[in-house]
Write a protein that binds this ligand. Structure first.
Ligand SMILES: [Mg+2]
Length: 152
C-alpha cells in the first residue's frame, strides 16, 4: 500500500512484521482487540508473525489469526526476514531488544510499550512509539494517523 507523506516521501508498505511476546501478547495472552484488527489488515498487507516461540503455540496463534508464522530465534533471524522481503516494503512492530535489528532494518519501525515495556535501544531505533498494539495496528487501518505522525 502506497501512502504519500507530505514533505516526507512516499511510504510503500506491503509487509507488516509482528513480534509476539510483549507486542501482540502480554503475559502470554493475546491483547483484546488485536485479532479483529489483524483480520482487517490481512486484506491490505502481508502480515507475518515472528517469534522464537518460547512459550509454544505461536504457530497455532498465527493460524488462528490467518497470518504467516516464521520462527525466529535471534534478532539477526528477524532482520533476515525483512531483508528477504525487501526492507523498504516492510513495517515492523516490536518491543524487545531482540527486535532492534529488525526495527533498524525496516522502512517503518514501530514499538509498543504495554505491560512488558520496550527496550530503550529498540525504542531509540523506532520511527513511532505507541502505548499498545491496537494503537500500532490502527496506524495502518486509519492512514491519516500515520500521515499526521510522519509528515513534516
Ligand atoms: Mg517482544
Amino acid at each position: 500500500m502506497e501512502i504519500p507523506i507530505p514533505n516526507n516521501g512516499n511510504l510503500k508498505i506491503d509487509n507488516i512484521l509482528l513480534d509476539l511476546n510483549g507486542t501482540l501478547a502480554v503475559g502470554g495472552s493475546l491483547i483484546e482487540g488485536a485479532k479483529e484488527r489483524v483480520g482487517k489488515l490481512r486484506d491490505l498487507y502481508k502480515l507475518i508473525l515472528l517469534s522464537g516461540n518460547t512459550r509454544g503455540g505461536a504457530d497455532q496463534l498465527a493460524n488462528d489469526l490467518g497470518i504467516l508464522f516464521i520462527e525466529t530465534k535471534t534478532g539477526a533471524e528477524k532482520q533476515r526476514v525483512a531483508e528477504d522481503l525487501n526492507p523498504i516494503t516492510c513495517a515492523a512492530i516490536g518491543n524487545g531488544l531482540i527486535d532492534l535489528e529488525l526495527i533498524e532494518a525496516v522502512h517503518l519501525g514501530i514499538v509498543t510499550i504495554q505491560g512488558e515495556g520496550v527496550h530503550t535501544k529498540t525504542l531509540l531505533a523506532a520511527d513511532i512509539v505507541v502505548p499498545s498494539i491496537n494503537d500500532a495496528l490502527d496506524l495502518f487501518l486509519d492512514r491519516n494517523r500515520l500521515i499526521a505522525t510522519l509528515r513534516r
